[in-house]
Design a binder for this molecule. Structure first.
Ligand SMILES: Cc1ncc(C[n+]2csc(CCOP(=O)(O)OP(=O)(O)O)c2C)c(N)n1
Ligand SMILES: [Mg+2]
Length: 547
């Protein structure tokens, strides 16, 4: 057996179930070996798409996903998606062919390229060590939550190896079964947090990515301590169903949520960085409020806003350790329960519908879609001026109903995100919300949606512009010719790919979406929404402040 085949077999034995990639000569045998060992392989049309599909799949399943790319340009095409995954601590193993001979057209310094974006370069450098190197890459990805690029020099891939005997299989199974224990929080750190919770009149929990497995524990602790429950954007949906759910804290927060977080006397970040987005540059932390953070990583404590107290440990275990104790009403009152019920969602915030002249108000569009689309949905959004509309107005059933690949703030990842999420959750209707700029940037993957038979709804908020730039620079009188585009018939383009398509120029056109939903949904649907473009979003102004 050659090394390339052995590596694929080992990753399957370690528990990998899905791989995404673009196959060239340098990853052909690797990819076929994955497939022959039962791993599902999704062929993307661009490596950037493959990386983001894998990222989204890993986020929505909690599994390690594999990306498979050709040496050199196959890897560089994937780099933007890998930067997003690395920043988000998504566990990925990227199998990259490698031309080590500097005279090869395909040669680049692959270690330097991936290290530059925060991924971890590793290598199968010796056929005799292929099992050890491969399983170590898998272990680092899973247990250290890293995006690992496993370089596979072409000559090493082609070398014969003794692998395939019982020992490597057993080693892979051992890695599959092993789970290192999270660091146990110290009694002193736990006591400190208990004192803060027991002394707080108005505690708010803000749960992030590191809390997505800990809903039950946090709901119970919040019950005892009288805390209200919010999340960062990446954990949106975690507390759905609780009457004390404030939804997302930060740029997407409703006026009520912003008011209540700002009014807290204790904010506890649970597996949550409390970054500039989640705290609106710190402005959602009230002047006298105490801040505590619970995180696996000590370095996360106090990184973005000053923290009064840090607990290093697993969110669920820490919450469980604090659940016993006296009950407090805390921030919870019948009056607040009523306000959260009545004002706690963006839909309840009044606005004037500005649809007209052949264009639909993006708020009206999104509320209309929220009414029509089944509740069992999985929403992915691209980046841009439009992105708050789907993030704020489309409700999601739980934390696995929203996939937000925006740690790198790259435009163009939205469609691939929706594909990875759709592969992860075939039971949910996938919804991709894109701007026209992001739609054109990631457009190659429309073919992937059709080929995979995904019953996806792709909504394009088309303002014929890079609206983010228009709104940022327009008011200062700068020329905007570089960021405006002529109308493009995105519905026709989508039909060319094999989509069904509806053009929406006013609220009445949503009838076309209802029609599609009633049908067999054999083809995916693209909703080409010609949106009004005169309204800048203040959440994007927030983003520009962070540049
Ligand atoms: C890869 C990448 N290129 C450029 C940018 C800068 N940028 C931020 S928003 C934006 C416009 C996106 O346009 P569109 O998708 O139409 O959304 P809109 O802002 O119009 O709602 C651009 C070019 C970026 N963030 N990422
Ligand atoms: Mg646009």
């Amino acid at each position: 057996m050659i090394v390339a085949e052995a590596v694929g077999g080992l990753l399957a034995a370690a528990g990998v179930r899905a791989a995404f990639g673009v196959v060239g000569s340098g990853n052909f045998h690797l990819t076929n070996a994955l497939v022959s060992h039962g791993v599902r392989f999704v062929a993307a049309r661009h490596e950037g798409g493959a990386a983001t599909m894998a990222d989204a799949y890993a986020r929505m399943t909690g599994e390690v996903a594999v990306v498979s790319v050709h040496q050199g340009p196959g890897l560089t095409n994937a780099i933007t998606g890998l930067a997003e995954a690395a920043k988000s601590r998504t566990p990925l193993v990227v199998l990259a062919g490698e031309a080590t001979d500097a005279r090869s057209n395909f040669h680049i310094d692959q270690d330097a390229a991936v290290r530059a974006v925060g991924a971890v370069p590793m290598r199968v450098s010796d056929p005799a060590e292929a099992a050890r190197h491969t399983l170590e890459a898998f272990r680092v990805a899973r247990d250290e939550r890293r995006t690992v690029v496993l370089n596979l020099p072409l000559d090493v891939q082609a070398a014969e190896t003794e692998l395939g005997g019982e020992r490597p299989e057993r080693a892979a199974a051992a890695v599959r079964e092993s789970r290192p224990a999270a660091p146990a929080a110290s009694a002193e750190q736990l006591d400190g947090l208990r004192r803060l919770l027991d002394g707080a009149e108005r505690p708010v929990f803000v749960a992030g990515r590191g809390a997505r497995h800990a809903r039950a524990e946090l709901v119970e602790l919040a019950e005892r301590t009288g805390a209200l429950l919010a999340t960062s954007a990446v954990a949106k949906g975690l507390f759905r169903g609780s009457p004390w759910d404030l939804d997302v804290s930060g740029g997407f927060a409703t006026p009520l949520t912003a008011e209540l977080v700002r009014g807290a006397d204790l904010v506890v970040g649970w597996g949550c960085a409390l970054n500039m987005w989640t705290t609106r540059h710190g402005s959602l932390i009230g002047p006298g409020a105490k801040v505590a953070q619970v995180d696996l990583d000590l370095a996360a404590v106090g990184l973005h806003v000053p923290a009064d107290h840090g607990v290093v440990g697993d969110v669920a275990e820490v919450a469980r350790a604090l659940t016993a104790g006296g009950e407090r009403a805390g921030y919870r009152s019948p009056e607040l329960a009523r306000r959260i019920r009545e004002e706690g969602r963006w839909r309840a915030v009044p606005y004037r519908d500005e649809s007209g002249g052949g264009r639909v108000d993006p708020r009206t569009l999104t509320i209309g879609l929220d009414d029509l689309l089944p509740a069992e949905r999985i929403v992915a959004t691209d980046s841009g001026n439009f992105m708050g509309y789907p993030a704020m107005f489309l409700d999601v059933p739980d934390e696995r109903g929203f996939c937000f690949t925006q740690a790198f703030q790259a435009v163009g990842l939205g469609l691939a995100t929706a594909i990875g999420a759709a592969v992860a959750r075939p039971d949910r209707l996938p919804v991709a919300a894109l701007g026209d700029g992001g739609a054109f940037m990631g457009i190659a993957e429309l073919e992937t949606v059709v080929r995979l038979g995904l019953p996806m709804v792709v909504v394009v908020y088309d303002d014929e512009a890079y609206g983010a730039e228009v709104h940022h620079f327009g008011p200062h009188g700068h020329p905007l010719g570089t960021v405006r585009f002529p109308p493009a018939d995105l519905a026709a383009i989508a039909r060319g790919y094999g989509f069904a398509a509806v053009t929406v120029t006013g609220p009445a056109d949503l009838a076309g979406v209802a029609e599609w939903l009633k049908g067999p949904r054999e083809r995916p649907l693209l909703v080409h929404a010609k949106v009004t473009g005169d309204r800048p979003s203040w959440w994007l102004e927030e983003a520009f402040r962070g540049h």
